[in-house]
Design a protein around this ligand. Sequence first.
Ligand code: PEP
Length: 267
Amino acid sequence: MARFFFGSNFKMHQTPDETKQFIDNLSQLLPAQLCSESFENRRIATQLFLIPPFTSLTQANDSLANSSIWLGAQNMHWASQGTHTGEISPKMLKAVGVDLVMLGHAERRNQFGETDKILRKKVNAAAEHGLRILLCVGENAEQRSNQIAAETVAIQLKIALADLNDEYLPYTMIAYEPVWSIGEGGSPAEPEIVANMHDVIRDSLVGQFGDRARGMPILYGGSVNPTNCATYAVLPQVDGLFVGRAAWSPEGFVEVLRRGIEAKENL
Ligand code: PEP
């Protein structure tokens, strides 16, 4: 059965009350539009995930009780505890019900100096603690104009995943998020670029891990919205969408999701 992964990163937005409101409203909308009989009969198996800020995780975990939606964290330290003031450990994330940790978002790399070597430690720590991994990779505008986009993402993958035991591949997803396409001022990537870069990522993963890497989901993220989501969802290389701004309202989340699934289904 075809799979479709769909999630949102809320960045530094939402208080715990706002997260509760979001999930309550989303739950109202989801059964109507996605859990109807016709949806269940559809051919696409969909996995949703939400990545709110740390302070909303406990509330989100409560609100998502009995739900199959994965709860994600936006970052973590690699140590399970220690003298790292201001940091959050994998053990702490597990304790509040987190399923998945996003690592290497472009804003972490650019604003907080997160390197591929640091990400390697975080990837290994996530695996040791049994957290699913969503590793973000992507080139910036300069790298693209210098025609080293493929090399850039291959290096990011090779270093960050260097020590990952291939037993953990089924719990690891990649998000291709070109830096020039995400957030305010970002422009959506041409579908041809997305298809090509997803092929580059797949080839790099297979080169690193062999055929076992063929099943790893590769998601696209960067200025995805209700108007353009179908053009990405139909690409055979795209296993899902990772959405920021357009999915920050429950209505927006459901609309992008619905259009994405319908496009994939109508292939
Ligand atoms: C992001 O920052 O990861 C992202 C996908 O944002 P947006 O959809 O708002 O471009």
